[in-house]
Design a protein around this ligand. Structure first.
Ligand code: OGA
Ligand code: MN
Length: 201
């Protein structure tokens, strides 16, 4: 069954205000229960294809221990709808902040028990064209004592602890410092970047 996702009813003005003020925003209950369930299924059915995120071009780094699966144009029709929603959001960001976003790139991520992503920025010193990062948490439920929080420094320098609450989207400027604390349960998400360039690096 295909769930109708779009149009989504997000409080866009609040998101824009929050981004302008502190560089990050939270959308709770982002999608219908039906869509959320379809997305969980699409993710968990493909867990055997996830690969260690820390290995790039054969080089291993110790900054992160999660596993990821890139979402390509012609694969994962359910996740594709989330990307479309983010493309619509990008138009708002472009209109209000002149970010010039042209492209959304995304992967599923799975943090198994003990896995983490140490302190980093997605776009350090404007080295790449990632303008905005977003993380949708797609496990069924999350308890506060399971770890796996996103720690994020806002643009005023204040630190925030964001729980990976199911069906939540955390949105933040890609130049902000953040980390993912070790999770004690399987933590599933889609990370997406709203990029100002084309689809190729
Ligand atoms: C990332 C990231 C945060 C999270 O994928 O770059 O920082 O909460 N994710 O999963
Ligand atoms: Mn990150």
């Amino acid at each position: 069954m295909e769930a109708m996702l779009l149009p989504v009813a997000w409080e866009i003005d609040q998101v824009l205000d929050q981004i302008a003020l502190s560089g990050f925003a939270i959308i709770d209950q982002a999608y219908s229960h039906e869509y959320q369930q379809e997305l969980i299924l699409e993710c968990t059915e493909n867990l055997d294809q996830f690969r260690k995120a820390a290995i790039q071009n054969g080089v291993v780094s110790n900054i992160r221990s999660d596993h990821i699966l890139w979402i390509n144009q012609d694969q994962f029709p359910v996740a594709q709808q989330h990307i479309q929603a983010l493309e619509q959001l990008s138009q708002q960001f472009n209109r209000h902040f002149f970010l010039g976003i042209q492209h959304v790139e995304a992967h599923f991520a799975c943090y198994n028990s003990g896995e983490f992503y140490a302190l980093h920025r997605d776009n350090p010193q404007q080295k790449n064209d990632r303008m905005i990062s977003s993380v949708y948490y797609l496990h069924d439920q999350w308890q506060e004592n399971w770890g796996g929080q996103l720690h994020l420094q806002d643009k005023q320098g204040e630190w925030h602890i964001i729980q990976p609450t199911a069906n939540r989207i955390a949105i933040f400027q890609s130049d902000l410092l953040h980390e993912v604390k070790p999770a004690q349960q399987q933590r599933l998400s889609i990370t997406a970047w709203l990029r100002s360039g084309s689809s190729l690096y």
